[in-house]
Design a protein around this ligand. Structure first.
Ligand code: CDP
Ligand code: MG
Length: 784
């Protein structure tokens, strides 16, 4: 102990000693006092320094002089007019030095692989270079992106650089949103949108050049585009194709595209120090927050922080915690500007990410892996990498598909760390041990095509007249049982006939940019005369992100408001319909005030409206009239089932004698865990109702104040759990959860999918429990 030191000082002193010794944190706690003199302690995470990140092919700039020079240059730019400054910035990007060489190579070779460090200017510059050298006189210049947010933000950046209005010369297209016009020459689009363009224009006649960007991400759609483009270039000798990637293993791309030349753009980067945790961290969320605050309190400004999270929910949760903690610390710390970045981020909030951090403040970017390579945010000097991302996983044997949080690969980790060294030297804190990095992380991620449901893509390829899928020229072919499984599913949905060709129904389904199950549901709505309701539900299911919000201080009101949409145990789908129908009703007329009163996220429901409008258009294309039948709940559910009969499960637990043995707080069975369901088709999988579902059994509340709404049993909990359910999707968190669920009658399965379910089979399943369960449906009089 250092005598005479105040505790906080003592801790700071210790931390300082440990830092000098090369150990950050070192079990010490940084402490400070807020305005009231109240002392608080920030926990720390122990790190050990392990490595310095050095990229091959990168011009490293370890010198402080370079840093000072860059800073001087930045200040000079600030004095120029905005447009001039942007042109200067463009000229300073690493790619600029290679502009002429690159254009000459594009002239010479039809296909070119372009490799360059993230941030070197590939995405924003190449399309402009092609435009400036006259390619746009012969057709549009297209550029694909794997991600929606990146597509919009890059298009907007390029429009600014060119001094034009977004949607005119420079435009973008993402699913359910087309921001292009007659004048558009540079078109940024998601890879999925270009795939759809193949349907209407298989030779891409409107384009003179196509850039397949962020190819290293190897998304399903990019991989399929590879095959289509490779085929197309034989017929379009005038079309220029540029495949651009941020990773250095470009040989594979080159080999696939018949030994296309590789054009390397040397990057520029400052060194990045890499730290690992000493011990494995049990809670990476908490560790990330602690680490960020530790950096914020201890490291000098400037220097923004970037943390990688797995998804929107996690980012929102972290944002909330950061706000709380920084509020508590009050004026004693520099301002922390929190910027979330994820797929469904509304465009107004995207601006915030790129606007420069004001002096005296620090930006804290909370991002998904979108910030790994798709978006470059300047000014980041500290990266915190918990080492996880969300990936979809598909098991062809069972047809089960779910989103899993999984460890990143070494390639991801490398990219993440690299984000810290763009404008100055930086640090990367990996919230896992060096051992785990070496021994537990895979080298590369498995391409999406090898771990996802192929239904949608196969339907599209079939519409393009590609029949022999097993011999399609994939760069990395999907497992053949995944192809077979998808073909079976399309056949079961009625999209393919027994010879594997597209049916009339399949042709109509292919019009929708949706999963085939959703497309089928939409088309089935014609027959059941509930097309309006189904379009509403479909739009709401595609919103992504959370629909409701429940502020802690108004939890009771929020729950009451939200529950009112689900009254009468209608289930999640019809609940979604109720929300949209109320908001779009004549009286409410899309009012934002209504959203506030009902705790509905304005942004989410506005997006539903955009999707709704697009879907109505597409329904017109397949000649389905919008018919509304709001009370026909069974018809609505049958429609859903027509598409989702694969996504069905039944209750697999015995219920109590009176048939109402739902889990009480006491939890008669297994101590209150969720009820076990089994998927219906063999091999049966264990699944559970997601706690967020309106149909999730709720423990009775001791003083349930509600219940004036005419629904009975508010206190007694007489509601039976649904026996048979259809679900929208599975998510795996602590267990396999079904999300967005409606109760169905088992006999409907035979009605909507007679080729899949026989009456006998259903009877056997129902007979298993020896009783014909009463159905809760049928107003009020529930049990018996
Ligand atoms: O594609 P690549 O990673 O090679 O680089 P880029 O995305 O073209 O980024 C080049 C520069 O443009 C970076 O310094 C970004 O910060 C900047 N940029 C921007 O300011 N705003 C955007 N929306 C996108 C890029
Ligand atoms: Mg890029």
């Amino acid at each position: 102990d250092q005598p005479g030191m105040h505790q906080a000082e003592q801790l700071n002193w210790e931390a300082e000693q440990l830092r000098k010794a090369g150990v950050i944190g070192g079990g010490a706690s940084a402490a400070a006092a807020n305005d009231d003199g109240y002392e608080f302690v920030i926990d720390t995470v122990d790190f050990v320094k392990d490595a310095m990140l050095a990229g091959e092919n990168v011009e490293a700039r370890p010198d402080l002089e370079a840093q000072a020079e860059d800073e001087k240059e930045r200040l000079r730019l600030e004095k120029l007019s905005k447009f001039e400054a942007i042109q200067e910035e463009r000229r300073r990007l690493p790619i600029y030095k290679y502009r002429e060489e690159l254009l000459a190579a594009v002239d010479e070779y039809q296909t070119l692989i372009i490799v360059g460090e993230t941030g070197s200017g590939k995405t924003t510059q190449i399309a402009q270079y092609l435009h400036e050298s006259g390619y746009s006189e012969r057709g549009k210049i297209g550029c694909t992106q794997p991600r929606r947010v990146a597509t919009m933000s890059v298009a907007s950046r390029v429009a600014t650089e060119m001094g034009v209005k977004l949607g005119h010369e420079v435009g973008y297209a993402i699913r359910f949103e087309d921001c292009t016009g007659d004048k558009t020459l540079l078109k940024f689009m998601t890879d999925g949108m270009l795939l759809r363009e193949f349907l209407s224009e298989p030779d891409l006649a409107g384009y003179s050049a196509m850039i397949i960007d962020e190819a290293h991400e190897r998304t399903l759609h990019t991989d399929v585009l590879f095959g289509l483009i490779k085929d197309l270039i034989r017929f379009r000798p005038d079309l220029r194709v540029l495949v651009s990637s941020a990773t250095l293993d470009a040989e594979k791309f080159s080999a696939y595209f018949d030994d296309a030349p590789i054009f390397r753009i040397p990057g520029r980067r400052y060194p990045v120090e890499i730290f690992y945790t000493k011990q494995p961290e049990a809670d990476y969320m908490d560790a990330s927050i602690v680490t960020a605050l530790q950096i914020h309190v201890e490291q000098p400004l400037p220097g923004d922080i970037l943390i990688f999270y797995t998804g929107q929910e996690e980012i929102e949760a972290a944002e909330e915690i950061f706000r709380q903690r920084t509020r508590k610390m009050g004026g004693k710390i520099a301002e922390l500007i929190i910027c979330p970045v994820y797929a469904n981020l509304p465009s107004d909030m995207q601006m915030k990410i790129f606007s420069p951090t004001p002096p005296g403040a620090r930006k804290l970017v909370l991002a998904t892996n979108i910030a790994e390579t798709s978006l470059t945010i300047d000014g980041i000097r500290h990266v915190i990498d918990p080492g996880f991302h969300k990936q979809n996983a598909f098991h062809p044997k069972t047809g089960m598909e779910s989103l899993l949080v999984q460890p990143v690969s070494k390639a991801n980790a490398l990219q993440r760390a690299g984000r810290a060294g763009r404008t100055a030297s930086g640090t990367c804190y990996r919230l896992y041990t060096a051992w785990s990095y070496q021994n537990e992380l895979e080298d590369n991620v498995v391409p999406e095509i090898q771990r996802t449901n192929l239904g949608n893509v196969i339907l599209m390829l079939k519409s393009l007249g590609i029949h022999d899928l097993l011999n399609f020229d994939f760069m990395d072919p999907p497992p053949s049982d995944a192809i077979v499984r998808a073909l079976e599913q399309l056949y079961a949905l009625g999209a393919l006939n027994d010879r594997g060709s597209l049916t009339k129904l399949g042709r109509r389904m292919a019009e929708f940019p949706l999963d085939p199950m959703l497309s089928k549901m939409l088309i089935a709505s014609e027959q059941y005369k509930v097309s309006f309701e189904i379009v509403c539900i479909c739009a709401m299911l595609n919103v992504g992100g959370s629909l409701f919000y429940r502020p802690k201080d108004k939890l009771i009101e929020a729950n009451a408001a939200i529950n009112s949409f689900y009254q009468g145990n209608v289930g999640d789908h019809i609940g979604l319909y109720n929300v949209y129908a109320s908001w779009s009703s004549e009286e409410v007329n899309f009012a934002s005030a209504w959203c506030m009163e009902n705790f509905v996220q304005v942004r989410s429901i506005k997006r539903a409206r955009d999707i709704f409008d697009q879907l109505v258009n597409l329904m017109g294309r397949v000649e389905i009239e919008l018919i509304s039948n709001p009370t026909a709940h069974d018809a609505v559910k049958k429609c859903i089932l027509s598409g989702f009969f694969y996504h069905t499960a039944r209750l697999a637990e015995k219920l109590g004698k009176s048939g109402q043995a739902v889990r009480t707080a006491a939890g008669s069975t297994g101590g209150g865990g969720p009820l076990l369901y089994k998927t219906i088709k063999a091999p049966q999988q264990s699944v559970y109702i997601h706690p967020s579902s309106a149909l999730a059994p709720k423990p009775p509340k001791p003083n349930d104040g509600g219940g004036k709404d005419g629904s009975e049993g508010s206190g007694e909990m007489l509601v039976l759990p649904p026996r048979w359910v259809v679900y929208h999707e599975l998510v795996y968190t602590t267990r396999e959860y079904m999300r967005q669920i409606s109760e169905i009658e088992s006999k409907w399965l035979v009605e909507v999918a007679p080729h899949m379910y026989s009456e006998k089979e259903i009877e056997t399943l129902n007979g298993g429990d020896g009783d014909k369960m009463p159905n809760r449906r049928g107003k009020g009089k529930a049990a018996e």
